[in-house]
Design a protein around this ligand. Structure first.
Ligand SMILES: Cc1cc2nc3c(=O)[nH]c(=O)nc-3n(C[C@H](O)[C@H](O)[C@H](O)COP(=O)(O)OP(=O)(O)OC[C@H]3O[C@@H](n4cnc5c(N)ncnc54)[C@H](O)[C@@H]3O)c2cc1C
Length: 667
């Protein structure tokens, strides 16, 4: 499949711009300068408490001053501020994180881990923590800012490397079932296998259990007991037929049938184990909201404790699977993995379950397989390692490889605007992307859909992706004025933007159709000033500024205006209620709406026992796959199912783990 991008080697490259900014900036925070360093470059050996050390040129430049410096840089969720104590000769004595808003759990843990590694190894070349690369690089950049202010030689600090205590060491382990990846699918597989009596080793690259399910909203469990109790029963045969037809029959009908028929039991299985989901009738769809975000990981850990750990198995976090081992017959016999301290694990097992969540964070692989360069809204650590090692062990690359879970559009403007405005105001460009009342055009300027597609998240993202990684939402001055005065009622929005609840959680009180969009003019002008959108006094100027083809956009605009006037959209048949007038003159704005990819779909072909198949569609002995990596059997090249991501991950894990255990135990 060509060359694959590898991430997380060093963070040196991402720190350049911060360095330049900080070198120009004045010393901030409390500075207790003591003595000027000698005007020479010295050689020093730094040694940490564990006796690990690294020889390097000292980081003392001629103007180095020992003291305490405050460094700042952007993390994933906002600014990270650190106080760094530095002593002669340019040694980092302590780092205190005095400000940060990184995601609780993984982000905060990553900051502590990187902080300790900088201190122990006296280096600014530290590997990003898996799953928290932006938090890791933010902390490194903040410390670099402080070191620069002290006059430290950043280049020298980057020449040292982290010494890993386990490097060169190898440990041997043995299990009946080895599960790789602890998202919803891997955790369920490990629990189900242990419940069958198998000794299980679960490997997880990050420090977190739960993967993308920890970020998700709801799952689909067909005809669960809760759905039936609430009076919503679906016709399973009709659902299966429609599903297969919608995917043009290029799917595995037996796998679809199994999911539809058996996912209901997953609801009860999870409930019995303490992972309680809540049924909702979502316009006729049987969705089940996942437990409160902050409780999920603990619940999954408790499930593992009661099963895997109780039966003599192990849950090894911060342990990355690197390759599979095979015997002379080609059967998969184990996993080679690496612990965070560098120790190599050679684990033998009878059944190996791949549950590594795909490759959405591997931009090159997504581009190569799908032709798309959108935003990765999935987990940063999912770079396709599980697929690569399975293919190397003989698994087939599916004919429909490349499917993605395109589920939302995002305004490029939001991140910058959140630094200037409160969440509600910063989300104006995001919200217009979810309303059917605005003209949408592709990058050429051509209109490409009935904008009512925005009322369905999946349809919206997929129609947009058909045109490229982003589209433009055109907002006229008169529409902006109407929003400013009367909120979304001003443009006759039929309903609130259909965004996931977490998008508006921190402005739920103002998320109403009649809340005036105060400051909208400034927000849109700042969006343009920030380079995250476009403005033109005329249609021609907007086309020029946004890089659209002027004649294509002018034609599209004139056609759309004619549709507004006549109430008949001959091109796309948009309901006239959404053909909101745009006024007679500019200026006009174009919001950049990018597609958010929540995950890749597929990569391994499985049968109904979740055995991975080879090019002859025969099982690769010993190898199983669950979750996203096996989900290509349900979809063609595009994910279309609300709640299927979560529903299938738990269900395939529950069933596949059990199958893998039965095979391992000879049942
Ligand atoms: C923001 C967001 C919101 C979503 N909302 C919904 C929703 O509301 N409803 C829905 O149905 N779906 C939703 N989804 C999709 C759904 O969450 C996923 O389809 C599902 O959780 C995937 O589960 P998984 O176990 O297959 O993979 P993951 O959850 O990705 O788990 C894979 C695990 O493998 C680990 N791993 C990766 N490589 C290695 C390696 N080499 N060695 C060891 N471990 C490794 C990863 O660290 C990760 O923990 C959402 C996804 C995202 C990102």
């Amino acid at each position: 499949m060509g060359k694959r991008k590898r991430i997380g080697k060093t963070l040196a490259t991402v720190m350049g711009p911060v360095l330049i900014v900080s070198m120009l900036g004045a010393c901030s925070g409390e500075e207790k300068a003591q003595t000027a360093a000698a005007d020479t470059t010295q050689t020093a050996k730094t040694t940490d408490a564990a006796g690990q050390g690294t020889d390097r040129e000292t980081a003392a430049a001629s103007n180095f001053k020992a003291g305490t410096y405050t460094g700042k840089a952007e993390g994933k969720e906002g600014e990270i501020a650190v106080e760094v104590d530095m002593s002669e000769p340019a040694k980092i004595d302590d780092i205190r994180i005095v400000g940060q808003s990184e995601t609780g759990g993984i982000g905060a843990k990553a900051l502590e881990q990187v902080r300790q590694q900088i201190l122990d190894n006296q280096t600014l070349t530290v590997d990003a923590v898996s799953g928290a690369s932006e938090s890791s690089s933010g902390l490194l950049a903040a410390v670099e800012d402080a070191v620069t202010q002290a006059g430290g030689d950043v280049t020298a600090f980057k020449s040292g490397a982290v010494t890993k205590a386990g490097e060169g060491k190898t440990e041997q382990l043995q299990a009946d079932v080895i599960v790789v990846g602890a998202g919803a699918s891997g955790t369920s597989a490990a629990v189900a296998a242990a419940d069958k009596g198998a000794k299980v080793i679960l490997l997880e690259k990050t420090a977190t259990i739960g993967g993308a399910s920890n970020l998700s909203w709801a799952g689909k469990f067909f005809n669960s007991s809760a759905a039936l109790e609430n009076g919503l029963k679906v016709d399973e045969e009709a659902a299966i037929k429609e599903w297969i037809e919608n995917n043009h029959w290029r799917v595995d009908a037996a796998d679809i049938r199994q999911y539809v028929a058996q996912s209901g039991e997953t609801y009860d299985w999870l409930s019995e184990k303490g992972y309680k989901t809540t049924f909702i009738n979502f316009a006729g769809e049987q969705l089940h909201m996942l437990p409160a975000y902050e409780t999920r990981e603990d619940t999954l850990r408790a499930m593992l404790k009661d099963s895997v750990e109780k039966t003599g198995g192990q849950v090894l976090t911060e342990t990355t699977a690197k390759s599979l081992t095979t015997d002379d017959s080609g059967a998969v016999t184990g996993v080679v993995a690496e612990k965070v301290d560098g120790t190599t694990l050679e684990i033998t097992g009878k059944s190996i379950v791949m549950a590594t969540g795909g490759y959405a964070a591997n931009a090159e692989m997504v581009k190569e397989s799908f032709g798309f360069e959108g935003v990765n809204g999935g987990l940063g650590q999912n770079v396709g390692e599980g697929l690569e090692m399975s293919w190397a062990a003989g698994a087939a690359v599916p004919d429909n490889f490349g499917g993605q879970m395109l589920h939302q559009t995002l305004a490029r403007a939001t991140e910058h605007l959140k630094k200037q405005y409160d969440s509600f105001e910063a989300s104006y460009p995001l919200m217009v992307g979810y309303l059917p009342n605005f003209m949408n055009v592709g990058q050429s300027g051509a209109r490409f859909r009935d904008e009512a597609a925005t009322l369905e998240a999946v349809a919206a993202a997929n129609t947009s992706a058909f045109n490229g990684p982003y589209h433009l939402v055109v907002v006229s001055q008169s529409q902006l004025d109407a929003l400013t005065k009367q909120g979304m009622n001003g443009v006759k929005a039929p309903s609130l933007p259909g965004m996931p609840p977490e998008f508006y959680a921190d402005f739920a009180d103002r998320f109403k159709l009649d809340t005036p969009w105060k400051n909208a003019q400034n927000v849109f002008d700042d969006m343009v000033a920030n380079g995250d959108g476009y403005k033109g006094a005329t249609i021609a100027e907007l086309a020029k500024n946004a890089g659209m083809d002027e004649s294509v956009f002018t034609q599209a605009f004139n056609d759309y205006r004619a549709a507004i006037q006549s109430g008949v959209d001959t091109e796309f048949g948009k309901n006239k209620a959404y053909l909101t007038p745009m006024g007679d003159s500019g200026p006009y704005y174009a919001v950049i709406a990018e597609i958010n990819n929540l995950g890749s779909v597929g990569g391994l072909v499985v049968n109904t026992r979740f055995q991975v198949l080879n090019d002859d569609r025969v099982p690769v002995s010993g190898l199983y796959a669950v979750g996203l990596e096996s989900e290509g059997v349900l979809f063609n090249d595009t994910y279309v199912g609300n709640g299927v991501g979560v529903g299938y991950s738990f269900t395939s894990g529950r069933l596949g783990g059990s199958d893998a255990a039965e095979a391992a135990l000879g049942k």
